[in-house]
Design a protein around this ligand. Structure first.
Ligand code: 8YV
Length: 330
């Protein structure tokens, strides 16, 4: 028997990261990537001091009450809408996320979806594979220009700024943004973006990219009324969380040609995708792969592991979300 801290790793992760964790902790892991129910997750978490989560395991007051030994939840994701942080603070449980390491990779994905949706890349591929490409015609698969257009970014954190830089410096776009708070002027200049209200952004942008945190206030931020403000030829990209968009309203707008196209990496009921969206030809759909490159996923796993090791062995997490409310118990 040892008195090493006990931790749970809720999903399969890189074996080398798991091996590092095993140097410090008694680890129970889910390397088979079994689909644990919530009940099974909570049962396995009981008696553990730490857990590595991957962004979809809900940590709330009920779970915390059932797991009194728990001291830290390390999310292998920058988004942490799966955590009830006030409840965690009240229970003295540290929350950490994985900011910084996935910024550029996820900004790349935002641009990939923007380009694909605006220029009808996947639609063109389906057309070709279906054998529908018989001859050239002047109006075959006409899309929307990206270069020189107006890019509207909702949410101007690290990833939003990465997208702004790509748009302003790489594609000569006029970049406008909306955010809870305005960036300092020097930062606005560095990324080449101008602050506007949400309505103005939706009215003026040719391409709208959502990259804001999903909070209860942001639920269905993009609804039928707001879609109605958008330009007829606009595109809408979402690389943040599915719940930001009323998907039925978006599908109706896409079907009606009210906006030109959308590019979605995230869905409200993922991995289930709203059938109304699946029925739209003018939407590019990807399975939440914004951060999915080898080096980036490795850096995310490493940061989550470093948070567990740093906190449980020395009381020093790397990227805490609620350090002020949590004392290290050793
Ligand atoms: C993750 C993400 O892949 O970091 C985030 O917030 O959405 C993605 O990078 C996903 O949360 C699973 O870890």
């Amino acid at each position: 028997m040892t008195d090493r801290p006990r931790i749970l790793v809720s999903r399969a992760i890189f074996p080398e990261v798991l091996a590092q964790l095993a140097q410090h902790f008694d680890v129970e892991s889910n390397q088979d990537d079994a689909a644990w129910s919530r009940e099974e997750f909570v049962r396995r978490l009981q008696g553990k001091q730490g857990v590595l989560t991957t962004g979809s395991e809900r940590v709330d007051a009920e779970l915390l009450a059932a797991c009194p030994a728990l001291q830290i939840c390390a999310n292998m994701a920058v988004g942490y809408n799966n955590f009830d942080v006030p409840a965690m603070s009240a229970a003295g449980v540290l929350a950490t996320n994985a900011p910084g390491v996935l910024t550029e990779t996820t900004a790349d994905m935002g641009f990939a979806l923007l380009m694909a949706a605006a220029r009808r890349v996947t639609e063109g591929e389906h057309f070709l594979r279906a054998g529908a490409w018989k001859r050239w015609s002047y109006d075959m698969l006409l899309g929307q220009d990206v270069h020189g257009s107006t890019l509207g970014i909702v949410g101007m954190g690290r990833i939003g700024q990465g997208i702004a830089r790509r748009g302003a410096h790489g594609f000569g776009m006029k970049v406008i943004y909306h955010n809870r708070s305005r960036l300092p002027e020097a930062d606005e200049q560095a990324v080449g973006a101008r602050y506007v209200g949400l309505e103005e952004l939706l009215r003026s942008a040719d391409h709208v990219v959502l990259v804001l945190p999903y909070t209860p206030e942001a639920h269905h931020l993009i609804n039928a009324e707001r879609i109605a403000l958008m330009k007829p030829g606009a595109t809408l990209i979402n690389i943040a969380r599915g719940g930001l968009i009323d998907e039925n309203a978006l599908a109706a707008a896409l079907q009606a040609g009210r906006i030109a196209a959308a590019g979605l990496d995230v869905f409200e009921g993922e991995p289930q995708v709203n059938p109304a969206l699946l029925a739209c030809r003018n939407v590019v759909l990807t399975p939440h792969i914004g951060s999915a490159t080898g080096p980036t996923r490795m850096a995310m796993a490493q940061l989550a592991a470093d948070n567990l090791i740093g906190f449980l062995t020395q009381g020093k997490p790397v990227t805490p979300l609620n350090a002020d409310s949590v004392a290290h118990h050793g």
